[in-house]
Design a binder for this molecule. Structure first.
Ligand SMILES: Nc1ncnc2c1ncn2[C@@H]1O[C@H](COP(=O)(O)OP(=O)(O)OP(=O)(O)O)[C@@H](O)[C@H]1O
Ligand SMILES: [Mg+2]
Length: 350
C-alpha cells in the first residue's frame, strides 16, 4: 500500500463509496407439496457491516459457502436484502427499484468468475463491449470506443470482430473486465475473477485490475477463497465466516497481526516468503467442515471449530465486531487474550 493510501485510510473524512450495515440475506426453505410453507431459512448473509473507501480495494475472503457471492449480489441489488441498509455514494439504495435501480446499475459493475458463461457466445467482442453503453443510452463513436477499451485491457483492436470462444481464459477475463469498465463505474465487484485461470495468468489479470484502478480511479471489492490471491490487490481485507464478517482491517495489518482465530487459520495456509518466519510460526489448524447456514451454531459461529474456544461464553454469546487495534475490527470475545498469549490454541485431537 502507498503512503498516500495509508494516510487516506486514517483520515476520518475518508470518501466512502459503499457502507453496509446489518445486512441479511435469508433464502426461505419451503416444504409441502400443495401449500409450500416456509420451514426455515438459509442465512447466507446474516448481519454484515462493511465500508468501502473510494479508490481502494476491499478483498473479501472466506471458504466456499460462507456467503461471499450472495453478499456481492445483494450489494448490486441482484438479490433483495432481507434486512439492513446499503448506502452507495451517500444514497440509501436498500429499497431502490425500477428506473432508479437501472441508473444505479451503470455505476456498479460486476466481473464474474467464469467469463465464458457470463459473456454471450453469439455476440462479437465489439457488441459485448458496446451493449452496456447502448443499454444506458450513452453516445459514443463505436470504432474509437471499442479500440480504446481493448487497449485498456491489453488486447489488440483486431479482437473486436471475434467471438468469446476464440480467446484464452485470461483474454476472456480481459473482455469481461473491459465490459465492466466501459461505463466508467464507481464500483466494480469482482467475484473470484481469477480462480478459473492458470496461476501464471492470474497475476497478469490481477495486475491489470490494479492498473485500471489507477488510471480510472475505480473502487473494487475483490472476492476470493484464499488470502494469497487477495493479498496483492487489496488495500483492506474483510474475512467472512458463515454469513458474518469476523475481521476487517488493512491488508498489511492483517498479514502482520491476524487476530481472529479463523483469520489465523486462513493465514496458516499461506506460505510465508521468509523461511525464518515460516519456521517460527505456530500453525492454527482448522478442523471440521463449515456448518450449514440453515442451522448456524449459537454464540460465536466459529466456536465449534475454534482451537481457542473458552467455556461457555463462546457458545452462548455472539461476538460483535470490535476495534481492538486502530483500524482493526475483530469479532472474537477473546481477541485481546489470544493476542497477548494468555489464551493459547488447544492441540488438535489426533
Ligand atoms: N438462491 C439461493 N437459494 C437458496 N440458497 C442459496 C441461494 N444462493 C446461495 N445459497 C446458499 O447460501 C450459502 C452461501 O452461498 P454463496 O454462493 O453466497 O457462497 P460463496 O461464499 O460465494 O461460496 P463459493 O466460494 O463456493 O462461491 C450457501 O449455503 C448456498 O447454498
Ligand atoms: Mg461464490
Amino acid at each position: 500500500m502507498t503512503d498516500e493510501a495509508e494516510d487516506h485510510h486514517q483520515d476520518h473524512d475518508r470518501d466512502i463509496v459503499l457502507e453496509v450495515s446489518g445486512l441479511k440475506v435469508h433464502f426461505p426453505i419451503r416444504a409441502g407439496a400443495l401449500i409450500r410453507r416456509q420451514v426455515g431459512a438459509v442465512k447466507a448473509v446474516d448481519g454484515v457491516d462493511l465500508t468501502v473507501t473510494r479508490g481502494r480495494t476491499l478483498g473479501l475472503v472466506g471458504e466456499s459457502g460462507c456467503g461471499k457471492s450472495t453478499l456481492s449480489k445483494a450489494l448490486l441489488k441482484l438479490v433483495e436484502p432481507t434486512e439492513g441498509t446499503i448506502v452507495f455514494d451517500g444514497e440509501d439504495i436498500s429499497h431502490t427499484r425500477g428506473e432508479e435501480l437501472r441508473r444505479l446499475r451503470s455505476r456498479m459493475q460486476m466481473v464474474f468468475q467464469d467469463p465464458l458463461s457470463s459473456l454471450n457466445p453469439r455476440q462479437s467482442v465489439e457488441t459485448l463491449l458496446t451493449e452496456p453503453l447502448r443499454a444506458h443510452g450513452i453516445r459514443f463513436d463505436p470504432k474509437t470506443k471499442v479500440a480504446e477499451l481493448l487497449a485498456q485491457v491489453g488486447l489488440p483492436s483486431s479482437a473486436a470482430s471475434r467471438y468469446p470462444h476464440e480467446f484464452s481464459g485470461g483474454q476472456r477475463q480481459r473482455i469481461g473486465i473491459a465490459r465492466a469498465v466501459a461505463l466508467e463505474p464507481d464500483l466494480v465487484i469482482a467475484d473470484e475473477p481469477v480462480s478459473a485461470l492458470d496461476v501464471s495468468i492470474q497475476a497478469q489479470v490481477l495486475s491489470l485490475l490494479r492498473e485500471l484502478q489507477k488510471d480510472l480511479g475505480l473502487t473494487y471489492v475483490v472476492i476470493a477463497h484464499d488470502l494469497a490471491v487477495v493479498r496483492h490487490v487489496s488495500d483492506d481485507i474483510a474475512v467472512m465466516y458463515l454469513g458474518v464478517i469476523v475481521e476487517e482491517t488493512t491488508s498489511e495489518q492483517l498479514y502482520d497481526n491476524p487476530m481472529h482465530p479463523y483469520t489465523k487459520a486462513l493465514m496458516s495456509a499461506v506460505p510465508l516468503p521468509d523461511p525464518v518466519a515460516e519456521d517460527a510460526r505456530t500453525p492454527v489448524l482448522l478442523s471440521g467442515e463449515l456448518p450449514s447456514p440453515a442451522n448456524p451454531p449459537d454464540g460465536c459461529r466459529f466456536h465449534p471449530r475454534c482451537p481457542f474456544r473458552q467455556p461457555t461464553r463462546c457458545a452462548d454469546e455472539r461476538p460483535e465486531l470490535i476495534e481492538y487495534e486502530p483500524g482493526q475490527r475483530v469479532a472474537c470475545h477473546w481477541a485481546r487474550e489470544i493476542a497477548s498469549g494468555e489464551i493459547t490454541a488447544e492441540e488438535p485431537e489426533q
